[in-house]
Design a protein around this ligand. Structure first.
Ligand code: SAM
Length: 439
């Protein structure tokens, strides 16, 4: 609990939970934590993060005055554990009190935790009912996020928030260059792993697992990728021999998908060199875009998509994918910390960056060529608004109809995919717009 609380305190101070956990676990390395303890610490921290709105409000209700940040985080972690089903309340309180005793001012800290947590246990139902009248506590999302979503999606905001709080499925993309989807399903079944098909190449596993426990992982039979993200490459529809720019490529989920679909010539660009390392690794594992492999070797470039003069060789592209940096509001079930790290003002900053990327890359599309603008966002500012604004200023750009399907169902055509988690349909939130450069 103490180690998880350290990570949660860093999250509250604005650090990504993954980075905060790596730091907290690194600091605790000398304590000889076994893999099970490390996994438990991660689990406790993520569970707290998913319920941060509720535990903060509960803490506010049981506290006379706010404790210092480190102690506050330990109290949130303990409250979050007390909210778990089948909890052993006495054990949780005792452990939190023991963790508190290790802090500076140990006896007072332990006394504070003992009193407030026992009060929660005693008055649990009344405190929960009262806390849930607060919207951040009810939904576990920041107030600005709830308000914006309610305004933009009056009929769907609640189900979107619920989908954002659901546990994410582990979704695979089968590498059709190496194996058919039915054959891979059979390989999974032979390993005792259940899965169902949710898209042309997409399978959702009944139970998530470590990637190297998957059959043929090292041989590149599959990639982990959400079913909604798997729409990007087919929507861009790469053709053999075409020159394609993947302008925001790291870590390469869509670069590799493009190369699985066609023997095209892909340039994978990303502003961060560190984001390009996994692109190279993924290409190698999947047997794609390598010298001597099938198709054309991929070009991997570090550069800013807003400044093509720094990296473009002057030859136009047949197709461009802009998988733009965004708030990641569509993938919050996979990254539950994002909601607490973002500020409403980030929307304007990111929306401006997206427009700059789109405007800078448009001249690189050959006349008659296509550009797919994508973001993993559910907010208009990072989807429709960017595209509307762009089209209003360009006479040589037109928007094409989209057509896609997840499984054997009917074709669909919406640009704004809302996140869904039902038995038959399970994907993150994305925005897609396909633009054509008129000759
Ligand atoms: C949504 S992620 C891309 C995910 C990737 N397409 C995939 O499917 O694996 C956005 C990427 O854009 C990159 N990025 C941000 N600003 C950029 C810029 N100005 N030029 C190029 N890449 C940029 C980020 O480093 C990040 O890797």
């Amino acid at each position: 609990m103490a180690c998880a609380a350290q990570a949660v305190a860093a999250l509250a101070a604005g650090r990504s939970l993954q980075a905060a956990l790596d730091a907290a676990l690194g600091a605790a390395a000398g304590e000889g934590l076994d893999p099970a303890s490390r996994a438990a610490i991660r689990d406790i921290a993520y569970t707290t993060c998913r319920q941060l709105g509720l535990v903060r409000e509960l803490a506010r209700q049981v506290n006379g005055r706010p404790p210092p940040p480190k102690l506050a985080a330990l109290q949130w972690v303990a409250l979050s554990q007390l909210l778990e089903p089948l909890r052993a309340e006495g054990v949780i309180v005792d452990q939190a009190v023991a963790a508190g005793r290790l802090e500076p001012g140990g006896a007072a800290v332990a006394g504070f935790l003992n009193a407030t947590l026992r009060r929660f246990v005693r008055e649990r139902e009344a405190l929960l009912a009262s806390a849930r009248r607060n919207e951040e506590a009810r939904w576990n999302f920041p107030k600005w996020w709830i308000e914006l979503l309610r305004a933009e999606q009056p009929g769907a905001w609640q189900s979107i928030l619920e989908a954002g709080n659901a546990p994410p499925p582990m979704t695979l993309r089968v590498n059709r260059r190496r194996i058919g989807v039915d054959d891979y399903l059979a390989r999974l079944a032979a390993d005792g792993r259940g899965a169902r098909r949710v898209g042309p190449q997409a399978l959702v596993l009944d139970e998530p697992c470590a990637v190297d426990a998957l059959p043929g992982w090292r041989e590149g039979l599959a990639t982990v990728q959400d079913a909604g993200a798997q729409l990007a490459a087919p929507l861009l529809d790469p053709q053999p021999g075409e020159r394609i720019l993947d302008a925001c490529a790291g870590p390469g989920g869509k670069t590799t998908h493009l190369l699985e679909l066609a023997d095209c010539r892909v340039t994978a660009l990303d502003v961060g060199e560190a984001r390009l390392r996994p692109v190279r690794e993924n290409l190698a594992r999947l047997g794609l875009g390598q010298p001597g492999g099938p198709g054309h070797p991929a070009r991997i470039l570090a550069g800013d998509a807003r400044r093509p003069a720094d990296w473009w060789d002057g030859e136009p592209f047949d197709r461009i994918l802009v998988d733009a940096p965004c708030t990641a509001s569509g993938i919050v079930r996979r990254h539950p910390d994002v909601r607490w790290l973002r500020r409403r003002s980030d929307l304007a900053t990111l929306s401006r960056q997206q427009s700059e990327i789109l405007t800078a890359l448009w001249p690189l599309v050959r006349p008659g060529g296509k550009l797919l603008f994508a973001s993993c966002s559910i907010f208009r500012a990072e989807g429709e608004s960017v595209v509307d604004h762009f089209l209003a200023s360009r006479r040589d750009a037109g928007r094409l109809d989209l057509s896609w399907h997840f499984d054997s169902g009917a074709a669909e055509a919406v640009s704004q995919l809302l996140p869904v988690a039902t038995a038959t349909r399970n994907h993150d939130g994305f925005f897609y717009a396909l633009l054509e450069r008129r000759p």
